[in-house]
Write a protein that binds this ligand. Structure first.
Ligand code: PMP
Length: 360
């Protein structure tokens, strides 16, 4: 099969080794004579798969012992609610930074549970930068950030600091595993898998163990972190196949040399593309330079004489797919997650240059 370059923001491209591993697991999981899709989640091979996946993640991210790793369902969107339901005391408040549509959705869900202080927002300028001048509220229980803003292409390069009375909560859906991370700086991290980790259907939560024990209110069993901690993410039937694909991704990341190596590769790909956007007379970046994401790269035409569709069609016939920008930004967006090879970025750059030669 001739594979195209898929620049989708998510679900997104997977590495070929991961796809091969996933395919093998469907046919005959670890030589058990049946495929993974047909196996009970209580069977030993599946329980071991979950342990292996968690161990691989702990190794890659160097996760300290006082954290739990959970594999949940409901997407990152469910975490928008689970975080405040579990972590916010009655009459408590939390600080949120409004850096994009996903951050805004997290704010809306927290407002259903308690008080939100929006301590920074770039909404006025179509979220093209990360607000850095934020002043924390003394009484706020936690600070919530979205480390990478998938739609607007901004990314935190340095995380805000918190003191001992409070903790950081991060939605890392679109940049988890893009490079090394000091997990001890966070109380809770969550991420949907379908961008940098695997397919849709599983959501990673990394939670500090003291926070997983909190019990502020009477919430449904499935919405409690403690439920999933006590049952090793197997309280109900878990998304076994999605976890398997995540495990294949983690094995691939380990095989290439881990997250330090991955960050180098990602940085290089992003710099290649930003250099071309800045050089090319037809395109420009709408994003504040110091906040540019290395995962999602939006770019727009410098003037609107040519329709976006023209460039999208030009790319499409070259096998460069799903480059349409999100409707709130327009133009184009190249999502260049871990699995996007440098050759894909190179092919896009070549297309941008050819387009410039033909149309400028
Ligand atoms: N947060 C971010 C940063 C996202 O990019 C997305 C999905 N694109 C979400 C949350 C929502 O994730 P899900 O669809 O898994 O609920």
């Amino acid at each position: 099969m001739n594979r195209v370059y898929n620049f989708s923001a998510g679900p997104a491209c997977l590495h070929e080794e991961v796809i091969t591993g996933a395919k093998d697991s469907i046919q005959n999981f670890q030589e058990n004579g049946i495929g993974l899709l047909e196996m009970s989640h209580r069977s030993r091979p599946v329980v071991e798969l979950f342990h292996e996946t968690t161990d691989n993640l702990k190794t890659l991210l160097n996760i300290p012992d006082n954290y739990h790793v959970l594999w949940l369902q409901g997407g990152a969107s469910t975490q928008f609610s689970m975080v405040p339901m579990n972590l916010l005391p009655d009459h408590g408040s939390a600080d949120y930074v409004d850096t994009g549509s996903w951050a805004a959705k997290a704010i809306t869900e927290c407002e259903r549970v308690g008080r939100v202080n929006i301590i920074g927002s770039s909404r006025e300028s179509v979220y093209n930068y990360i607000p850095k001048e934020i002043s924390r509220n003394q009484e706020a229980t936690y600070l919530h950030i979205t480390t990478n803003n998938t739609i607007f292409g901004t990314q935190y390069k340095k995380y805000p600091l918190t003191d001992n009375n409070t903790f950081l909560v991060a939605d890392m859906s679109s940049d988890i595993l893009s490079g090394p991370l000091d997990v001890s700086k966070f109380g809770l991290i969550y991420a949907g898998a379908q961008k940098n980790m695997g397919p849709a259907g599983v959501t990673l939560v990394i939670i500090r163990s003291d926070l997983a024990r909190l019990n502020y209110r009477n919430i449904p069993t499935m919405m409690r972190y403690s439920t999933h901690v006590s049952k090793d993410s197997m309280f109900n039937t878990p998304p076994v196949f999605a976890v398997c694909v995540v495990n294949e991704t983690l094995k691939w990341l380990r095989s290439i040399g881990g997250l330090t190596k991955m960050r180098k590769i990602n940085h290089n790909k992003a710099m290649m593309l930003y250099d071309e956007i800045d050089r090319n007379t037809m395109f420009q970046s709408p994003v504040n330079e110091e906040d540019r994401s290395i995962m999602n790269v939006p770019f727009v035409f410098c003037d609107n004489k040519i329709s976006d569709d023209e460039f999208l069609k030009f790319c499409d016939v070259k096998g460069l797919k799903t480059l349409k920008g999100h409707r709130s930004v327009g133009g184009f967006r190249a999502s260049i997650y871990n699995a996007m090879p440098e050759s894909g970025v190179g092919a896009l750059i070549a297309a941008m240059q050819e387009f410039e030669n033909q149309y400028s």
